[in-house]
Design a protein around this ligand. Sequence first.
Ligand code: SAM
Length: 330
Amino acid sequence: MPVEGPLVDRYGRVHDDLRISVTDRCNLRCVYCMPEEGLSFLRMDQLLTFDEITRVARVARSLGVTALRITGGEPLVRKGLPMLVARLSALGFGDLAVTTNGTELAGMAGKLASAGLRRVNVSCDSLRPERFALIRRRGVLSDVLRAMDVAEAAGLTPLKVNVVLLRGRNDDEILDFASFARTTGRIVRFIEFMPLDAQGDWDRARLVPGREVFDRINARWPLEPLPNATGAPAERFRFTDGAGEIGFISSVTEPFCGTCNRLRLTADGAVRNCLFTNDEESVRDLLRNDGTDAQLSLLLRQAVWAKHPGHGINEPGFLSPSRSMSMIGG
Ligand code: SAM
């Protein structure tokens, strides 16, 4: 394993993208993510403190990480988030973004932008109020749509909209979302339903393959690949008439593991090299036992070096990881 230079794994993939979960709690209960009741959450003392998160981010930055995304659970429910953003921003990442469900964003977008946040991804699975309520179980569509306007006005652009499609539930809104992308200029990304729901109800039959979504949109408004798109992780396309961009995160049917450049830090300080792994290393234990920055660097390097070539979802015997999406940080 190399002990200097960028964070690289044994397949040559350079890891320059770190996703940090700041909480496993969420104020919504999306049907594909969490059960309505009964989930237990981490205690405050189990969460990494802002000092600890900043320290891991600083060491990651020194190892060549250039993109940082703050996620959860719902990151905006972690108290004092703009303070953390300011500290992370000072570390000089080229990209600093938050993934949010948007419910609290309108009130915080200005503070987050002033703290140095560059962009937001807002999750929104339906453009119809009643259906939004059924899929997300809490929260109100109009609040989320207003938050998108407020975030853009605050300069948090380009704004991306994450849509998880479920067969028979919202797959009749594919063209509505494409039209939304065309009229608003927001980058809509269709995410395949992954076996990461806390209830363990994942079923391949409920997944809407990215290819099918592409074909339906392309038949109505022709698409072409975006020049210079890296392909990791969203396959990016633009409308040939120039009216906007959409993306596909087809993790199940068209895995992009070969170009994966991501490393994750859970809210309780576990470093994970893949959403679907069960292997984790605890930076929290290291930090709370007087670990040095050199030991922290080594832990990050080892986590990357141990990465498997692929996530294995489509292999016989695949088992969903013991932690679900909201516990890992999506
Ligand atoms: N709470 C924030 C939000 O809603 O965007 C950030 C965390 S959430 C876990 C991150 C993303 O993961 C969201 O876009 C959400 O829709 C997606 N997600 C959650 N569970 C999923 C699943 N089982 N399959 C695919 N995407 C999922």
